[in-house]
Design a protein around this ligand. Structure first.
Ligand code: AGP
Length: 614
């Protein structure tokens, strides 16, 4: 939700900031802007629109790049207060245009602050909450405070969430920044330093980063970075760890693929293989510890796709380890279910970004009630990793497309390992059964490679083009097929803008069957196993009412064809793990339908990759 960047050094700031903003565009892309200081003057350029279209720089990008100066801040926006237009785009400035501010988050008390500032004569031009910040700093400086003192005082008045950065022509060599509940990292260079919402934005420039914590203020100069406690102003720089990020910056590029989403879909075999290898030991130890800990319940909290991975984990854990798992949407958990949590509860929070506001809030609620907390995340050093008792990583590499793909299958891989080890430690499965399950998991990357073959992709692309104008879709499944249906429907709606609903197939006749008529597409997840016959009966139900049935089924299934208009065949996999294989063709289908509909799947409207507001 909005990305912020800062640069100070000896190079031209604007091109560096713009390149970082392009890498950050997954955080928001309805408008963008940059402010620089050059020869005692503040330069600001901003507008509605994206920085790239079809991989090419836009006019807006060219405009932002041309600003002069060796210091600057930039912003890419996902609108919360005010329409996405030029006036509401960041940076925002004070009355005299000497101070510029970029902000990610929501300032909850901005109305009061604005009224107070207006009564003192400050002129506001935008509908944003952010605009109060440059005016607060200006007011402090009018009272004789330095830029730093006025910034600190302004930050202390803000309620809500923020990662905020400011520059001022009176002190043209410093960027001031602060953080509360919105991500912020400092990047360390030689004779230059950087600020950004996320590490990937600055990774091609430096791999030495310091994540900033809540309640900290950062003073960034070209030769020096200082981190202070916002309350006491104590210098805490010495206590902060400099992280060296090993990720290859070239992996942040599209690498010949037309979109990041397609590239990331193709990276799934590697993401799953790495997660299975690198996280195995840690998950084994964790399973042992969990069994010793004698917890009465495991509660998974997550949002969106991560929630669907949680559901996949629930089915596997309940089927293999016979251990009850409760999966909660984080935004619901944080207000209601939290009351059922105590010291006997184990809370597993799943978040690829590690920054999702609702998931973080759920973790904090759980901790307050004494629960043991674990995070499953893809981002090293993300906020969630610093708040939980234990961390499990997916090793999917940086995921840029808004629609999660490789992080989802990597999350499932980690959850499946945990399910098998829990089952073994709890005595629900024997060692040889556990080994059999592990062998099955090890075969997943190769199975995904087969699904991602050129022939299969072409078949799905043709299907996407053929059905691209069907406005209402149903996805149905039973058992582990149900989370697959949910994830398939989410992918379709978020990047094709067609309406899609997922139902446990047994629920159809309790209402949604009334919507099935000639030509309504129904995607049926028909994995072999305990619910196979029942699923076939459900497929028949919709077929008899005229639905166009697209089944996802085992490659050896020769029955499902009679009941379906199309069959997407996938390699055999045990039912417990079926979501990790069956979801992948549905990602590919949604991708090609999106492209056929003329949509950029990497940047679906109204969405952002990392949802750092409630
Ligand atoms: C996935 O395609 C979505 N864009 C979204 O549902 C996402 O999974 C959700 O916002 C949770 O994000 P997280 O995993 O980073 O917490």
């Amino acid at each position: 939700m909005c990305g912020i960047v800062g640069y100070v050094g000896d190079r031209d700031a604007a091109p560096i900031i713009v390149d970082a903003l392009v890498r950050l565009e997954y955080r928001g892309y309805d408008s963008a802007g940059v402010a620089t200081i050059h020869e005692g003057k503040l330069y600001v350029a901003k507008d509605a629109g994206k920085l790239t279209e079809g991989g090419e720089p836009t006019e807006l990008q060219r405009k932002l790049r041309s600003l002069p100066g060796k210091i600057g801040i930039g912003h890419t926006r996902w609108a919360t207060h005010g329409d996405p237009n030029e006036v509401n785009a960041h940076p925002h400035v004070d009355c005299e245009e000497r101070i510029a501010v970029v902000h990610n988050g929501i300032i909850e008390n901005f109305m009061e602050l604005r009224e107070e500032l207006e009564s003192k004569g400050h002129r506001f031009v935008s509908d944003t909450d952010t605009e109060v910040v440059p005016h607060l700093i200006e007011e402090g400086m009018k009272e004789g405070k330095s830029f730093f003192e006025a910034f600190v005082e302004a930050v202390r008045k803000l309620e809500g969430s923020y990662a905020v950065a400011a520059i001022c022509v009176d002190e043209p060599d410093v960027i001031l920044a602060a953080r509360k509940e919105s991500p912020l990292v400092v990047g360390l260079g030689d004779g230059e330093n950087f600020l950004a919402s996320d590490i990937p934005a600055i990774l091609p420039e430096t791999n030495r980063v310091i994540p900033i914590d809540d309640g900290e203020i950062v003073v960034v100069r070209k030769e020096e970075v200082k981190i202070l406690d916002a309350n006491t102003l104590e210098d805490v720089t010495g206590s902060k760890e400099v992280q060296v990020v090993e990720e290859d910056p070239h992996k942040l590029e599209r690498g010949g693929y037309p979109h990041f989403m397609l590239k990331e879909i193709h990276e799934q075999p590697e993401a799953v293989a790495k997660t299975l290898t690198l996280e195995r030991e840690r998950l084994f130890e964790m399973a042992e510890e969990l069994v010793k800990g004698d917890y009465s319940r495991l509660c998974i909290v997550a949002c969106g796709t991560s929630y669907h991975a949680g559901l996949g984990g629930k089915y596997a854990t309940e089927m293999i380890a016979r251990f009850p798992v409760d999966v909660q949407i984080a935004s619901e958990f944080r207000y209601v279910t939290k009351n059922l949590v105590d010291e006997d509860t184990l809370v597993l929070a799943i978040s690829q970004s590690g920054e999702t506001a609702d998931t973080l809030a759920a973790v904090r609620e759980a901790k307050e009630r004494g629960a043991t907390t674990i995070a499953l995340t893809n981002v090293v050093g993300s906020t969630i990793t610093r708040e939980v008792d234990h961390v499990i990583y997916t090793h999917a590499g940086f995921e840029k497309a808004v629609a999660a793909t490789k992080t989802y299958t990597a999350q499932l891989a980690a959850l499946y390992l945990l399910a098998v080890e829990l089952g073994r430690h709890m005595g629900e499965i024997t060692d040889s059964e556990a080994e059999e399950y592990l062998r099955e998991l090890e075969s997943v990357p190769e199975k995904l490679e087969r699904i991602l073959s050129w022939e299969m992709e072409r078949e799905l692309a043709v299907m996407g083009g053929r059905y691209k104008e069907r406005p209402n879709w149903f996805f149905i499944g039973r058992g582990p097929g149900y989370p697959t249906a949910m994830e398939g429907a989410l992918k379709l709606k978020e990047i094709t803008y067609q309406h899609a609903e997922a139902y446990p197939a047994g629920e159809l006749k309790h209402g949604p069957l009334a919507l099935i008529e000639e030509g309504v597409p129904v995607v049926a997840v028909v994995q072999p196993g305990g619910v196979y016959e029942k699923m076939l009966a459900n497929v028949e139900e919709v077929k008899a009412r005229g639905a166009t049935v697209i089944s996802v089924a085992d490659e050896s299934d020769d029955i499902v064809e009679e009941h379906s208009d199309h069959v997407i065949r996938v390699p055999s996999i045990t039912e417990e793990f079926s979501p990790i294989v069956y979801t992948v063709p549905l990602q590919v289908l949604a991708y090609y339908m999106s492209v056929a509909r003329g949509i950029d799947p990497d940047y679906p409207r109204n969405l952002a990759k990392s949802v750092t507001v409630e």
